[in-house]
Design a protein around this ligand. Structure first.
Ligand code: CP
Length: 306
């Protein structure tokens, strides 16, 4: 059963059955990743290009490993060392790469909608690996996979996303995906970091993290984007840490099996203290591990829509 779309651009309109198909397929690929030889011939003969116009550690390495473990040919493009520096446009770059007979393009770009634009212009399957502040669908899928793996379900759970919701593509994709899967979604942060009218997406808004912690099953803590600090969205890092930083003292009031999640990279001692990031409730490295299985599932399922 293939996915409804031949691209993965976001989770906004992805139906529950497609999310379940991706999560269930990833279970099989996670089993492959436990074997001594972590490789299957599923995408032999396919060529995948990772087009990264923004920095990445986890997503780029994870997509590259996923492609290799499916036996695809893969190459990674880093904008900083490419002819983009000589003024080549996104479309010209993509068309030139596609002329080399590429089947799938994985793309990260700072511009909202860049992968959507590309999907209309080239024939390859396009996967959004993060577009500006818009969506990061594979991150939300690996987050949901990790929640389901650890807590046995998503439906009915209370998940709070903490921090800079306004600038977070991770938050948006998680909100869309978790709502589709029947979770109750809370967002918590300073008013300046929460978009107005976000309640229209069916989420509950909180500004006091201590009020939320005892209630929820999952805290998904976002990186405070220090680069935005110059525009004064909150008074100081110290104040943010005081009111919203997740530390062991705050977690004393949490459910015993609460999941602590973070998409990375972490600002240790700002949004999350080191002892909590590395503590018993943290599933942060499980998220990273599951990312490979999720991306294998997506590459495999999109390959099957041809
Ligand atoms: N979570 C995430 O997207 O991390 P990278 O920016 O390192 O890919």
């Amino acid at each position: 059963m293939p996915l409804k779309s031949r691209h993965l651009l976001g989770l906004e309109n992805v139906p529950e059955e497609d999310i379940n198909l991706i999560l269930d397929t990833a279970v099989s690929f996670k089993e492959v990743l436990q074997r001594p030889i972590k490789k299957v011939p599923t995408l032999q003969g396919k060529t995948i290009v990772n087009l990264f116009f923004e920095s990445s550690t986890r997503t780029r390495v994870s997509f590259e490993l996923a492609a290799r473990r499916l036996s695809a040919d893969v190459t990674s493009f880093q904008a900083s060392t490419s002819s983009v520096n000589k003024g080549e446009t996104l479309l010209d770059t993509a068309r030139n790469i596609e002329a080399m007979k590429v089947d799938m393009v994985v793309m990260r770009h700072s511009a909202v909608g860049a992968p959507h634009f590309l999907s209309r212009m080239i024939k390859s399957n396009v996967i959004n690996a993060g577009d500006g502040t818009h969506e990061h669908p594979t991150q939300a899928l690996l987050d949901m996979y990790t929640i389901k793996e650890k807590l046995g379900k998503i439906n009915g759970l209370k998940v709070c996303i903490v921090g800079d919701i306004s600038h977070s593509r991770v938050a948006m994709s998680n909100i869309y995906g978790l709502k589709t899967m029947g979770a109750e979604v809370y967002v918590c942060g300073p008013a300046t970091l929460i978009p107005r009218h976000i309640e229209k997406l069916g989420v509950k808004v909180f500004h006091n993290i201590d009020e939320v912690i005892p209630e929820v099953d999952v805290l998904n803590i976002l990186r405070i984007q220090l680069e935005r600090q110059s525009v004064g969205l909150f008074p100081s890092i110290r104040e943010y840490r005081t009111y919203f930083g997740i530390n062991s003292e705050r977690l004393k009031r949490a459910k015993k099996d609460i999941l602590i999640m973070h998409p990375g990279p972490i600002n240790r001692g700002v949004e999350l203290d080191a002892d909590v990031a590395d503590g018993n409730n943290s599933v942060i490295l499980d998220q990273v591990e599951n990312g490979v299985a999720i991306r294998m599932a997506i590459l495999y399922l999109l390959g099957a829509t041809e």
